[in-house]
Design a protein around this ligand. Structure first.
Ligand code: SF4
Length: 230
């Protein structure tokens, strides 16, 4: 299934089946966009539980984002140690805060709610260490704007299913996935693809025998054809 209409049909069917299996997650704001940005930087390359612990520690030690921005770098790194890579994430967070302060004169990203989506994503990606995934997460999770974040699970599962062409980079996949379905589908499908990647479509040894998407999966169908030919 490779043409655009075929991919849109495939997207709609995958959306429906995953919603039947895992439920349909309902969007609610995760909080102010600046909080989401800091949390997302903390979450890079670590598990959710570590992110939550580091975020709680950071906000307990520093009462405001201004205090984080002005703190000694080693104090910020110490506060976020449980998130891992604290010597990278600490300076990244402080640089992001300085960037926002310099550009906007205050530590707030609330203005992004009113900015056209492409401009808002581009604005965020001018911050060092902020790529398409982080920018899309801030826009979707905090503000409910129609961006489709692609993390490692979404990238892997969408690639196997054939929703994105082979060897599509994660950075390119954001726009390709967003083009396949309506904006209100982005949040629930993003969450359900992650769920599916964690539960069934593992990076190594996907549990295809348990997967409700076999008939919609390019990778599975290609393997089935090869096995039949052997
Ligand atoms: S059939 Fe296998 S490879 Fe395809 S989505 Fe399901 S678990 Fe992943």
């Amino acid at each position: 299934m490779t043409d655009d209409a075929g991919r849109r049909e495939q997207y709609a069917a995958i959306f429906r089946i995953l919603a039947e299996v895992y439920g349909r997650p309902v969007w609610r704001s995760h909080g102010p966009p600046l909080d989401e940005l800091i949390g997302t930087i903390l979450s890079q390359a670590t598990a959710d539980v570590n992110t939550a612990r580091a975020y709680a520690e950071l906000t307990a030690r520093f009462p405001t984002w201004e205090a984080v921005m002005d703190a000694p770098p080693e104090a910020v790194s110490a506060a976020i140690r449980s998130a891992g890579l604290s010597q990278i994430k600490g300076p990244r967070i402080q640089n992001a805060l300085r960037h926002i302060q310099r550009e906007r004169g205050e530590l707030s990203l609330d203005f992004l709610a009113e900015m056209p989506l492409d401009e808002a994503l581009a604005w965020l990606m001018r911050i060092d260490g902020v790529g398409p995934k982080t920018a899309a997460i801030v826009m979707l999770f905090s503000l409910g704007r129609p961006a489709f974040p692609v993390d490692t699970h979404v990238h892997r599962v969408a690639g196997r299913l054939g929703l994105i062409p082979p060897r599509t980079s994660a950075n390119k996949a954001h726009d390709l996935l967003a083009a396949l379905g309506p904006p209100e589908s982005y949040y629930p499908l993003h969450i359900n693809l992650i769920h599916h990647g964690r539960e069934i479509c593992h990076a190594r040894n996907p549990h295809c025998h348990l997967c409700p998407l076999q008939d919609l999966c390019d990778d599975y169908l290609a393997r089935a054809v090869r096995a039949a030919d052997a």
